[in-house]
Design a protein around this ligand. Structure first.
Ligand code: GNR
Ligand code: NI
Length: 169
């Protein structure tokens, strides 16, 4: 396993549309292992492959609380089969937009289909934090960041702030 560097705005790679995965094999599992290690170290609750520069439709997530046992989840080629009309606002953050937090409104419930760590097809419902996080991560697969859901002014301010932080670091 290995820690990978997380790309931050305004890196143009983050805008790429990721490619579907053909097979879930040992190479892909090694990528998912690296992604989880990188996510836990950050720390974060989700990570899309493009955030470490790999344009594949792969996501990892762990929504377990700090004092609870780890619950790593893996998503390959995730699809949203249905999204509720009802939306919920949530204060989001992103490892690729460090130290910026703002409210995003998304469907409150979604039905998902994806392949798991073993390549098995899973269909399930997501709500609450799970729904927020999977939609945030799936946006990454299409080159979309949570700040793209904000006003242009807020988005530009966010990118400016991250650039300034990077310069100071
Ligand atoms: O660690 C993360 N926390 C978070 C909080 C609210 C909404 C979404 C997220 S995902 C983020 C990690 C990340 O950037 N994933 O792409
Ligand atoms: Ni993110």
């Amino acid at each position: 396993m290995a820690l990978r560097d997380i790309l931050v705005v305004p890196d143009p790679i983050l805008k790429k549309v990721s490619d579907r995965v053909d097979v879930v094999d040992d190479d892909l599992r090694a990528l998912m292992d690296d992604m989880l290690e990188t996510m836990y170290a950050a720390p974060g609750i989700g990570l899309a492959a493009i955030q470490i520069g790999v344009a594949k439709r792969v996501i990892v997530m762990d929504l377990a609380k700090q004092d609870e046992p780890k619950e790593p989840r893996h998503f390959v080629n995730p699809e949203i089969l249905w999204a509720s009309e009802e939306t919920q606002p949530y204060e989001e953050g992103c490892l690729s937009v460090p130290e910026i937090y703002d409210e995003v409104e998304r469907p409150a419930h979604v039905k998902l289909r994806y392949l798991d760590y073993h390549g098995k097809t899973i269909e399930e419902d997501a709500e609450g934090m799970y729904a927020v996080c999977i939609q945030h991560e799936m946006d990454h697969l299409d080159g979309v960041l949570f700040i793209d859901h904000l006003s242009r002014l807020k988005r530009e301010q966010a990118v400016k702030k991250v650039k300034k932080q990077a310069k100071a670091a």
